[in-house]
Design a protein around this ligand. Structure first.
Ligand SMILES: NC(=O)c1ccc[n+]([C@@H]2O[C@H](COP(=O)([O-])OP(=O)(O)OC[C@H]3O[C@@H](n4cnc5c(N)ncnc54)[C@H](OP(=O)(O)O)[C@@H]3O)[C@@H](O)[C@H]2O)c1
Length: 313
């Protein structure tokens, strides 16, 4: 983020706080491998931010945590934060909010430097349930507020959930509220019945399902698009795709980096997930090259305009 203070002080702060945190983790997990695993220097000192429709700033590149559970989840989140990630994306249904919260604590980074998202699962829809589910998520994460809370899917009593979220937002327990996997009809319905518009719609987006028309309609509403599965989880051969590889060759970048740069140049927030430190680093190294018009056109031509996750419909 651009508004970071003095880089040297911050590095020193990270160094001393991660040492302390690592010692705690070492004691609680009893593994010297894990102890050493996230003692890293930041790769990105400042990730650019996007301003949401309520003025809140969110990093344009973050860290996804789907399936990163238990000690692996804790280690990955702490490692990602130590490398420079500040936006962490979790959800009740991932079953890892405690692990993510532990990773946040171990990172030693101040709460107000982080941007933490969680999501309301469909089983918890409705006014009362949403209030309870939110408190449970907050407690599991060990946090006093969330930066972003999303309705995970447009199922159940969406309006009741939204009413509860608006109240929590007004009570300053959530800094921005939004939705995920909402189509135009769901958004129309929600917006008609509320004074507060969602700040974000988190949807599937990658080279094979780009969602440009959806992004255009979101822009009209003033809603920011955020891409889940920015690599399509590697489906349809994304990491070996020849078009992406040919573009990457010009800049000495991988298919993953070309993909993330493409999201960035479209102004889309991306939250790639990885369990590997090398990939965490690689995925941060996207701010030192620029895709030109013909690169962007070649990637646009990869759009199949269809989900790679039909089983999640
Ligand atoms: N709102 C929703 O409904 C929804 C749905 C799905 C996901 N999400 C969120 O979006 C996040 C991202 O989506 P995702 O986790 O489904 O998929 P993704 O980020 O598209 O892909 C993750 C896969 O990419 C691999 N990978 C990461 N970096 C790599 C690199 N540099 N080179 C090669 N492989 C690499 C990872 O393997 P390694 O671990 O081996 O690196 C992992 O298998 C999730 O974690 C979650 O937070 C939200």
């Amino acid at each position: 983020m651009k508004n970071y203070t003095n880089g040297v002080n911050r590095r020193e702060f990270i160094k001393s706080s991660t040492k302390l945190a690592a010692a705690t983790m070492f004691m609680s997990l009893g593994s010297s491998k894990i102890y050493g695993a996230f003692m890293s220097s930041p790769i990105a000192n400042s990730i650019e931010t996007v301003t949401l429709n309520n003025g809140l700033k969110i990093p344009i590149l973050g860290f996804g945590t789907l399936s990163l559970k238990g000690t692996l989840g804790t280690k990955c989140v702490a490692e990602a934060i130590s490398l420079g990630y500040r936006l962490i994306d979790t959800a009740k249904v991932y079953g890892n909010e405690e692990a993510v919260g532990e990773g946040i604590k171990l990172s030693g980074i101040k709460r107000d430097e982080l941007f933490v998202t969680s999501k309301l699962w469909v089983d918890d829809s409705g006014y009362e349930n949403t209030k309870k589910a939110f408190e449970t998520s907050l407690n599991k994460l060990g946090l006093e507020y969330l930066d972003l809370y999303l309705i995970h899917r447009p199922r159940g009593d969406v309006k009741g959930s939204w009413k509860a979220m608006v109240e929590l937002y007004k009570e300053h327990k959530i800094r921005a509220i939004g939705v995920s996997n909402f189509e135009a009809s769901h958004l129309d319905d929600l917006i008609k019945h509320s004074t507060i518009k969602p700040a974000i719609n988190q949807i599937e987006s990658h080279a094979f399902f780009q969602q440009d028309p959806t992004n255009e309609s979101l822009k009209k509403y003033g809603i920011q698009m955020e891409a889940w599965a920015p690599f399509a989880e590697g489906r349809n051969g994304l990491f070996t795709n020849q078009t992406l590889a040919d573009i990457g060759k010009k800049y000495n970048k991988t298919n993953a980096q070309v993909s993330l740069r493409w999201h960035y140049q479209r102004g889309i927030i991306a939250i790639p997930r990885t369990s590997q430190k090398a990939h965490m680093i690689e995925n941060l190294q996207i701010f030192d090259f620029v895709l030109d018009k013909s690169d962007m056109q070649s990637i646009a031509a990869l759009d199949m305009n269809t989900s790679q996750f039909p089983e999640w419909k």
